[in-house]
Design a binder for this molecule. Structure first.
Ligand code: MN
Ligand code: MN
Length: 465
């Protein structure tokens, strides 16, 4: 061999995905991304993502799972867990004792939740107090238009759905200080410039005529009552989330990127779901897709990935074949499908370039996540990483290896640890994101599409033991 041949043989030199993707895939990539953008616009909360997910699943022939129902290869079922978590399955031709191929993503995103007693008036302006959800950089959430999405549960058992700010409806906003008076504020660290108790949504300024006292607040409450039929006391049993009032949009003159709210982690959730819809016939192993809630605050609660609702769903499927749950789980594989940080040359000093995910280099595989010495990571086995490399390469899913930033710079976690705790072989992989957790995040179309192809490869290629 000459030196060039040796170089190709023994060195690993990653190439930009655009130099690797067959030209013929461009149309499929763009079509996929249009579907993804529509999904984002339809799902700005976990509840809306579940509703839209079910709508799409039913259009693909998925049926609600009912305990005890007979299942055969190729059957498509879903379980709606309390409107906030969606579990889908396509029954495989092999028994559940051979395991299941799982993709687990999350559909909750950082945002500003309303407090239980949110509405107040100060200086003849009306506001809603918020309690932020997930790891936000507070200064990013001021001076941008926001919408209010969610539900108000009334005492009579009915539930009012709220999506205030859509289309040409009015928006809400959190104000910031003008620079002319911001001298002292500007000297504070970024983390303290805006405090949690300053994240108050401006919701009105016109007093209700002929009244005394909090006339602006009264006017706002009157409008809410007229539009939605709930009263101030009903905020107590509400889940209302202020989310950015922005539609998913192409970014860049070449339209190669997508800017939107909630890429983390709907970008993997949509990929996992769409890949399942696109399976032809019954896969060998049963395919399971999970769109979980509460990842951003620790995967806790009945709708988070630690919930027994997952085990219950899989056990119900196993019962239909007389297979013990533990046998199924110990043979299962889970791709913990969550976003990773894309290398940003504007902030190069927090990344370690050789081990960072890069935009347009494909789905980012993470052997481990965690922080301060892999703390909290599930750290997948080398054999699992080799399996993923093989099935991704064999199926044209362009991928790259990634860590989230420099060792001492910080870190993060995913649902991987909670799946691995269940005796499921689990590996992290997801789309690299620029400005993760910002109200407006950016991903590349190529990476989105390759993540979809990776999910499909997982469903169609059960791990061989
Ligand atoms: Mn995430
Ligand atoms: Mn996140």
């Amino acid at each position: 061999m000459d030196n060039k041949a040796w170089k190709e043989q023994v060195l690993c030199e990653p190439k930009n995905g655009y130099d690797r993707m067959p030209e013929g895939e461009r149309a499929a990539m763009n079509a996929y991304c249009e579907g993804y953008k529509a999904f984002l616009d339809a799902g700005k909360t976990e509840r809306e993502c579940v509703t839209e997910g079910i709508r799409q699943a039913e259009a693909q022939g998925f049926k609600p799972y009912v305990r005890g129902m007979a299942l055969k290869a190729g059957d498509k079922v879903y379980k709606n867990n309390r409107g906030k978590m969606l579990l889908l399955a396509v029954i495989g031709s092999e028994g559940l004792d051979k395991g299941v191929q799982i993709t687990a993503a999350h559909i909750d995103s950082p945002r500003l939740d309303l407090k239980p007693t949110p509405l107040y008036e100060d200086s003849e302006l009306a506001y809603l107090k918020t309690h932020y959800y997930g790891g936000i950089r507070k200064y990013q959430w001021v001076t941008i238009p926001l919408e209010l999405h969610g539900v108000v549960a009334l005492k009579d058992g009915s539930v009012v759905t709220v999506a205030l700010g859509e289309g040409d409806e009015p928006k809400l906003v959190v104000n910031d200080l003008l620079p002319h008076l911001g001298g002292e504020q500007s000297k504070k660290p970024l983390s303290d410039g805006i405090t949690g108790e300053q994240l108050n949504l401006l919701v009105g300024s016109e007093p209700l005529a002929g009244e005394e006292g909090d006339r602006v607040k009264l006017q706002v409450m009157k409008l809410l009552y007229e539009k939605y039929g709930f009263t101030e006391g009903d905020f107590i049993s509400a889940e209302l989330e202020a989310v950015p009032a922005v539609k998913a949009t192409d970014i860049g003159l070449d339209r190669s990127l997508i800017g939107a709210y909630g890429h983390d982690d709907r970008v993997c959730g949509y990929a996992a779901m769409k890949a399942m819809f696109d399976l032809e016939g019954a896969p060998a192993r049963t395919a399971v897709c999970i769109l979980a809630d509460k990842e951003e605050i620790g995967s806790v609660g009945v709708s988070g990935m630690q919930t027994a609702a997952f085990d219950t769903f899989i056990e119900d499927l196993c019962d239909s074949q007389g297979v013990p749950l533990r046998v199924c789980l110990e043979n299962a594989f889970c791709l913990s499908a969550d976003v990773t940080a894309a290398f940003d040359p504007n902030f190069a000093d927090v990344y370690e370039k050789r081990n960072s995910a890069r935009v347009n280099y494909g789905v980012g595989l993470c052997k481990y996540t965690g922080s301060r010495g892999k703390g909290g990571a599930s750290d997948a086995a080398a054999e699992l990483v080799a399996y993923a490399r093989r099935i991704f390469d064999d199926n044209g899913a362009i991928w790259q290896m990634a860590e989230l930033g420099k060792v001492d710079a910080g870190g993060g976690g995913t649902v991987a640890a909670y799946m691995a705790n269940r005796n499921i072989d689990t590996l992290d992989a997801g789309v690299p994101v620029l400005a993760m957790h910002a109200p407006f995040e950016v991903v590349s179309k190529l990476d989105c599409y390759m993540t979809y192809k990776a999910m499909k490869a997982v469903y169609e290629n059960g791990i061989v033991r």
